[in-house]
Design a protein around this ligand. Structure first.
Ligand code: 5CA
Ligand code: ZN
Length: 414
């Protein structure tokens, strides 16, 4: 599928702020620790995309911004970034919504993906190099399921194909949850622990035989459609190979989605690990509950944009929270972010200010430390405050601060 246009990313080295010898450290769910990402020249990242049955809400935006920071920090440190994202453009919730509204499921998916592209463009989120829909990925998904079949790591229940989690000795290493903890999450997040005929309640669906009124694609194991986890597993290894640097998503994807995806990939290829780090963003809530399409307690990025909100203020409102924390959205946070943006913009319009070098060092240090964006924002606040008070005579500083905010935080101050 088409990705979306890339925003300009200024080079801080070219702006007179050469990159220091730093490593980006990120919290890895698989070990429960903050660890250095140690990518080669090319850093490889897969981030789970939307299921396009409704518009992008602030929870989604928050998750994609977290990984946009990963992308920006790696680039600043001199890496090329190979970034892949999917869109789950055929799955139960999408088909169900289309059934409810009488819309064609393909049109629904296409419309919501178009809106997502617009939202990401406006928020200045760097686009993936490959943006791949589940439907277009069916040939690679089928190929992957064939590899699992060749390893005897599938079985059928009434014509539907399942993956036995017992096939992967590493099952459980992504989320590090006990079986007792896995069970309710599996049921809550699209699994079918109660289905009769399964070898293990936790076994994951690989291929669902075509149901009446639903789409299906031919395959050596019958006409049907792919399960959810095998979609991301197949797309990620097709484009990035095994042991890529970061697999990302919201914390609700750690189990079962990233756990199952890793097991599929590890069994199919005989290699491990699937990703070197599994990185998860916190959940954004509204009125006491996680924002979710199924609950309907949503604030849409597109609705805020339509009502005239500056996308850079949305960006600052989200970055004011650490990516791993769970938090609640309130309208006041947007007001505070707009005020902050105004202060920054006014400060960089001044002819001079305190030197930008120490600000660049501090922002880079905070971001390299598990993306501490809130602390990075405070560094720019301090500079803006001092510049506004008439401190400093460095005439290169305002343009450099602009470049720092743009390159590292994705916030343009024009
Ligand atoms: N298509 C699958 C991933 S392959 C999916 O989970 N789609 S989604 O549209 O439900 O979510 C897209 C991304 O937004 C996921 O990473 C999910 O973890 C994240 N997300 C969903 N709700 C929230 C929320 N309230 N706060 C933060 N992130 C969220
Ligand atoms: Zn996914």
């Amino acid at each position: 599928m088409r990705s979306w246009p890339a925003p300009e990313v200024p080079s801080l080295s070219a702006a007179g702020l050469p990159a220091p010898a730093l490593q980006l450290h990120l919290h890895d769910t698989g070990t429960g620790t903050v660890r250095p990402t140690a990518p080669g020249d090319t850093a490889r990242m897969y981030v789970c995309g939307i299921t396009p049955y409704d518009a992008t809400h602030l929870g989604h935006a928050n998750t994609y911004l977290a990984f946009d920071l990963v992308n920006r920090v790696w680039r600043d440190l001199g890496h090329t970034v190979h970034y892949v994202q999917n869109a789950t453009d055929v799955d139960d919730p999408l088909l169900e919504r289309a059934r409810q509204t009488g819309e064609d499921w393909r049109e629904l998916a296409e419309r919501e993906i178009a809106l997502f592209r617009e939202d990401m463009t406006e928020l200045r989120v760097l686009p993936p190099d490959q943006y791949i829909g589940a439907v277009e990925a069916i040939p690679m998904i089928v190929e992957m399921i064939e590899k699992l079949r060749a390893k005897d790591a599938t079985y059928t229940v009434d014509g539907d194909l399942y993956f036995p989690v017992a096939a992967d000795p590493g099952f459980g290493e992504v989320s590090r949850l006990s079986r007792e903890a896995m069970m309710p999450l599996f049921a809550e997040r699209g699994g079918d622990p109660g289905r009769e005929g399964k070898e293990d309640a936790l076994d994951a669906l690989l291929w669902l035989a075509q149901r009446p009124g639903e789409p299906g694609w031919e395959s050596p194991f019958g006409t049907g459609r792919p399960g959810w986890h095998v979609e991301c597993s197949a797309i990620s290894i097709e484009y990035l190979g095994m042991a890529f640097d970061v697999e990302g998503g919201g914390s609700d994807l750690a189990f079962p989605h990233h756990e199952m995806g890793a097991s599929h990939a590890q069994v199919a290829t005989g290699e491990r690990p699937h990703a070197r780090a599994y990185v998860h963003a916190g959940m954004v809530g509204l009125d006491g509950e996680k924002m979710s399409k199924s609950k309907g307690n949503l604030v849409f990025v597109s609705a805020l944009r339509r009502s005239g909100t500056d996308p850079m203020a949305i960006r600052l409102a989200l970055l004011a929270h650490h990516y791993r924390s769970d938090w609640e959205w309130t309208a006041e946070q947007l007001d505070a972010a707009a005020a902050r943006l105004g202060r920054w913009r006014a400060a960089v319009l001044r002819p001079a200010g305190p030197p930008a070098g120490p600000v660049a060092d501090a922002v880079r240090r905070h971001l390299a430390d598990d993306l501490d964006a809130p602390a990075a924002l405070v560094e720019i606040d301090r500079w803006a405050e001092r510049a506004a008070a008439g401190e400093g005579t460095d005439e290169a500083a305002p343009a450099r601060i602009r470049a720092i905010a743009d390159a590292l935080l994705g916030v343009t101050l024009h």
